[in-house]
Design a binder for this molecule. Structure first.
Ligand code: IMP
Length: 428
């Protein structure tokens, strides 16, 4: 298969950035297809750490990269991220980055709304506060401003009016000051030339790339359990995060995504509110959080931690059509005497092998655990499967068996080269 799609198979933060960076070496183009700057992708190369939220991780390797139509783009953030990464020696020219001209924009009023709603809610979602949800609402509400509108003052004015007809009453209701149409127009016009320099019909470029037999790497953000349809709704993000979105969010057609690589952490974490059946509120939970340095890249919030949940990942394998997984952060389990894997759910006297859709059922889950022996040795930085202790190999094999997908890659530290390749997704 020529193309590879990388998606998070849990609640995000599985280590996609590192794997995309590593795989982008083998790809010709890297594409983001959903989400926005709510994502936090950390890449460690030697002693430099790159933190990306919106730019495809391939840019660090100098790979041509595309921000697809499925992404919601905060244009100020985009320019700032380009500036910051430029200071780290990575120059993002319009030759390197293409921004889909039909992508929708996130404006300051989306961020205001996101934050005001979260502040007012008794039942918070725990969003990143970056305006993602409100921007997608305006997209499906057919009142969003798109990248191409920046080139057309008349269209822009009319669109701003339409947008404010919706936002003004909302802002009033939340006690926010009225947004000024003239100011929005002036602010957008001020950055338009810089943003438009990157704008192109991305689907067309990708069509040429695919037809010429080049390899595309699709980079998902967040994780399958944050998917707006398939995740733990309403505690989800506002886009489809599953692999199928790689096609719609970039315009390549349903055969485009190719090999689906699910990124899976050797335990489970989640940021924000919502059900989490294997969450640990004890010393082991603290161990995972501390050793795994589980702090959100975007918000700095401490991530909730728990045991590996094979029920959720098996569901994710089905929802995404995962061909193989990349298992990350196995080393965080080093030294724990006994490990637990969740193999089923007890809900209201029933045993389930999937996550039920109902909120009450999700909140009332008691995990059924299987215990497995831990290992004392360090697995950090291992570069061959043979270097792993026998108990760690057993843990990995058991995970494969329970989720019904093979391990294609193992990541043993945040460093780019600490990666064990078991089967090459681009050759599969
Ligand atoms: P939003 O995407 O900012 O609307 O946030 C909705 C939910 O998705 C919250 O629980 C966030 O913590 C979560 N979320 C959004 N982006 C990420 C991510 O990149 N990693 C992990 N969780 C995320």
């Amino acid at each position: 298969m020529a193309n590879v799609t990388v998606i998070g198979a849990q609640w995000g933060d599985e280590g996609k950035g590192k794997l995309v960076d590593w795989l982008s070496n083998r790809a010709d183009v890297v594409v983001r297809f959903q989400g926005g700057h709510n994502a936090g992708h950390t890449l460690v190369v030697g002693n430099i750490t790159y933190k990306l939220s919106l730019l495809p991780s391939g840019v660090v390797q100098g790979k041509p990269s595309v921000i697809g139509n499925g992404v919601v783009v905060d244009p100020w953030h985009l320019l700032e991220e380009i500036r910051k990464i430029g200071e780290q020696g990575v120059s993002i020219t319009p030759d390197l980055l293409v921004l889909a001209d039909n992508a929708c924009l996130i404006l300051p009023l989306h961020r205001d709304l996101d934050q005001a709603r979260e502040a007012a809610a008794t039942n918070k979602i725990g969003t990143t506060g970056r305006g993602i949800g409100p921007a997608y609402e305006d997209k499906v509400g057919r009142r969003a401003i798109r990248v191409a509108d920046l080139a057309d003052r008349e269209a822009l004015e009319a669109k701003i009016d339409r947008l404010l007809a919706h936002h003004t009453p909302l802002r009033r209701g939340l006690g926010l000051p009225e947004a000024d149409a003239g100011q929005i127009l002036a602010d957008l016009e001020a950055i338009a030339p810089q943003v438009l320099a990157y704008a192109k019909p991305a689907w067309r470029l990708l069509d040429e790339v695919v037809k010429s037999g080049k390899r595309v790497l699709f980079e998902g953000a967040q994780g399958a359990l944050l998917d707006v349809d398939h995740g733990t709704y309403p505690y989800v993000t506002s886009s489809n995060t599953v692999a199928g979105q790689a096609a719609a969010g970039s315009g390549v057609g349903p055969k485009g995504p190719g090999y689906i690589l699910g990124i899976v952490k050797a335990y489970t974490t989640r940021v924000g509110e919502g059900p989490f059946p294997t969450e640990l509120d004890d010393e082991v939970g603290k161990h995972l959080g501390t050793v795994g340095r589980e702090l959100g890249t975007v918000t700095g919030r401490a991530r909730r931690c728990g045991w590996f949940d094979a029920v959720l990942v098996r569901q994710s394998v089905a929802l995404n059509g995962i061909d193989g997984i990349a298992l990350t952060k196995l080393d965080v389990l080093d030294g724990l005497p006994t490990l637990k894997i969740c193999v089923g759910y007890q809900v209201g006297g029933q045993t389930l092998d999937y996550l039920p859709a109902g909120l009450k059922a999700q909140a009332g889950i008691t995990p059924v655990y299987e215990e497995i022996e831990g290992w004392r040795e360090s697995t950090q930085g291992a570069r061959s499967f043979r270097d792993l202790p026998a108990a760690a190999v057993k843990y990995v094999r058991r995970i494969e068996e329970l989720i019904g997908a093979p391990v294609a890659l193992l990541s043993t530290s945040p460093q780019r080269d600490d990666t064990i390749l078991m089967r090459d997704p681009f050759q599969a």
